[in-house]
Ligand binder design. Sequence first.
Ligand code: AMP
Length: 366
Amino acid sequence: MTASTVKLKPGDTIGILGGGQLGRMLAGAAARLGFRCQIFASDPDSPAFDVVQHATCAEYADVEALELFANDVDLVTYEFENVPAAAAMILAARRPVLPEYTVLGTTQDRLAEKDFVTGLGIGTAAYADVSSVESLRAAIARIKLPAVIKTRRFGYDGKGQAIIREGDDLERIWIELATKSAILEAFVPFEREISVIAARGADGRVECFDVTENEHGDHILKISRVPAAIPDALAARARGIAETIADALNYVGVLAVEMFVVAGAGGPTQLVNEIAPRVHNSGHWTLDGASISQFEQHIRAIAGWPLGKPVRHGAVTMTNLIGDEVNDYARWLAVPGATVHLYGKGVSRPGRKMGHVTEVTPQAPK
Ligand code: AMP
C-alpha cells in the first residue's frame, strides 16, 4: 500500500509527530471522526499529551522509540515542519507518512522553497543565496536595501531573521545570524498579509478555505480576519496559487501559503512569502467559523476520506492569546459570541502561543 492509497477506518490510530497545540487540535478533530491518536514528542509537558490515551515521549533521534511508535499506529502525520528527515525515513519504511516526507526537503529550506515557488511561475520577493559576508554584500548590491536576511533553515515567528537598512554593520549582522546558509530577500512594502489554507486529498481534489488576512506583532501572528479585505479576483488568484503549489508537491493533507499583498499597476497583487506543510495558526478560525475545520480536513485527507466543502458561518476574527495575554481568559469568557481555546501550556513566556479566541459575526444570507 502506498501512502497515497491509504484508507483508514474509524477506530484506526493516527500517529502525530509533535505535541504542541496543533497536535492537540488535530487529535480533537480525529477523535470526532472516530479515530484514535498517538502523539510522539520529546517534551514531557507537551500539550497534546493531555488529549490522547497513548503517547511516546522520546527524542526524534531515538530509533527504537520511533520503531515502537510505528508499530502502534496505522499512519503517521506531523504538526511541525522541522521533523528530522532521518526520523521521517525510519517511520516511512514502516508506515504510510502523510504528507510524504519528501515535501519537507522543499519546505525546510527557504532557498529550496523560493526556487520551487518561482519555478512554478509564482512571484516572490527578489532573493539571493548568502553564505558569507562577501556574498551578503554582493546580494545587497543586486537586491538593494532595505532587505531581510533569514537563515535558510529552522526559522519561525521571526526567529533567525533581521532587517538590514542603509548604514547597518553587515559583519555584525552576519555574525549574529550565526549560520553559513541564509537568504537575502527584498523588503516587501506590503499593504497587508494574507494566507490560504488548502487541503488536498489523495485523489488530487483541492479545497481552499476563504482567504484570511493576518496581522502580526513582533513577527508573531496576532489577529486573523476572514474574509480578507481584498478584491474577489485577487482572492481567487491566491487560492489558485495554493492549489498549484499543493498539486506540484503532490501533497496530501492541509498546507498554508502565506502571501504579501502589494500595490500593482492594475490593482493589488500578491507575492508568496512562505509555505507551511501543516495546519496553520491562521486557519484556527475554521474551528468555530466554518462547518469543517482545517484540522478535520487534514484528518480526512490523510485518512483517504473525501474532503468536505467548508461553509463559513460569517465574518470571523481570531485573536491569539500570547504570553501573559492568556491571563485575560476570564474576560474573554464573558464576551458574547466569543469562543475561547486554551492550549493547557503550564508556563506563559513572552511570545508563547497560549490560546486563541474566535468571534463570529453571522452574515445575512444573500
Ligand atoms: P517569515 O518567518 O518569513 O514568515 O516572516 C515573518 C514575518 O516577517 C512576515 O509575516 C512579515 O510580517 C515579515 N517579513 C518576512 N519577510 C519579509 C519581507 N521580505 N518583507 C517584508 N516583511 C517581511
